[in-house]
Design a binder for this molecule. Structure first.
Ligand code: SF4
Length: 297
């Protein structure tokens, strides 16, 4: 177990208490975070994605650059975002109370690339005493993520799993921040929104060159994306099966399900109740077999 995880677990076991001065610091952070409830996302002036976006699938970045219509945000969107911010405040309070040295927080950074600067805001720079990848007292960049139980167990099962399932571009984001700040990549402090568990996932700083090259390639391709013909759809829909038999319907799979441009990208896309499963979940259908189209009318 790494040093950071051990400290967090030691603090939380038994009867943890957050000292008053840390509660005061956290309350100021809370004020700042809550005021972000009113922020509006502005398009980047350079036309390049932010460091938190650059690792996303290229087709999503292209759709954004081309100004495709984003789907409307769900009614709970702002609440979800604010929950994430509140989780970050609580996690910082726990880290401080556990004796972890935070040298920078919510710091704006800039990563120059060959085609322009990419901007972002890192969560934390920590000065850890020792861990698998860092020397005593070396600084490293860490990101706090609040995750669903599924994401906590699967996407954040380990660093290797995260690299395999990185549809949200967390690795490019972290290594981009680390390079911009001139320190090593630390990793992610992941909080399970459902249970409150905290898991530390360490990144391998040896992957830095790979991810910085990837960021350069993506920034270059985005800078060249100026017309619809440059767009390349990277994912397919899939045939639906029920008890191993085809229903004839086709539906979206990840990462399209989470993409803001899915309705602009997939003509005729429908978000309707699954007509065959008893669970009756809503799903994104690109094509419905005729017999189900009439059921759904
Ligand atoms: S809906 Fe899927 S294929 Fe289309 S832009 Fe989004 S991720 Fe890419």
């Amino acid at each position: 177990m790494n040093n950071l995880q051990t400290k967090i677990d030691l603090f939380l076991s038994g009867t943890p208490e957050i000292p008053r001065d840390i509660i005061f610091t956290a309350s100021q952070m809370f004020n700042e975070k809550l005021s972000r409830f009113n922020y509006k996302k502005l398009p980047s002036k350079s036309g390049l994605p932010s460091l938190s976006q650059i690792g996303k699938p290229m087709c999503q970045l292209q759709a954004s650059k081309l100004g495709w219509k984003e789907e409307d945000k769900p009614i709970n969107f702002k609440m979800m975002m604010t929950y994430g911010d509140m989780t970050e405040v609580l996690t910082v309070a726990v880290l401080l109370a556990a004796g972890i040295e935070i040298t920078d927080m919510n710091k704006k950074v800039k990563l120059p690339t060959k085609v322009g600067d990419l901007y972002g805001e890192l969560d934390l720079v920590l000065q850890l005493k020792l861990n698998d990848y860092h020397q005593v007292g070396e600084k490293s960049v860490w990101d706090i993520k609040s995750a669903s139980s599924w994401s906590f167990d699967k996407r954040f099962a380990s660093y290797d799993e995260l690299k395999k399932q990185d549809d949200f571009g967390y690795c490019c984001q972290l290594f981009g921040y680390a390079k911009a700040e001139g320190v090593k990549a630390g990793g992610w402090i992941v909080v399970n929104k459902g249970t409150g568990e905290i898991k530390v996932i360490e990144a391998d700083p040896g992957d830095q060159e790979h991810y910085i090259n990837l960021i350069e390639q993506k920034a270059l391709q985005i800078s060249k994306t100026t017309e619809k013909v440059h767009f390349e759809k990277l994912y397919d829909d899939k045939l639906e099966t029920y008890y191993k038999k085809s229903t004839g319907n086709r539906k979206l799979q990840a990462p399209c399900i989470f993409c803001d441009y899915k309705f602009a990208c997939w003509e005729g896309l429908k978000y309707v109740k699954n007509p065959v499963s008893k669970a009756g979940n809503y799903e994104y259908y690109t094509n419905m077999a005729r017999r189900y189209e009439t059921v759904l009318r």
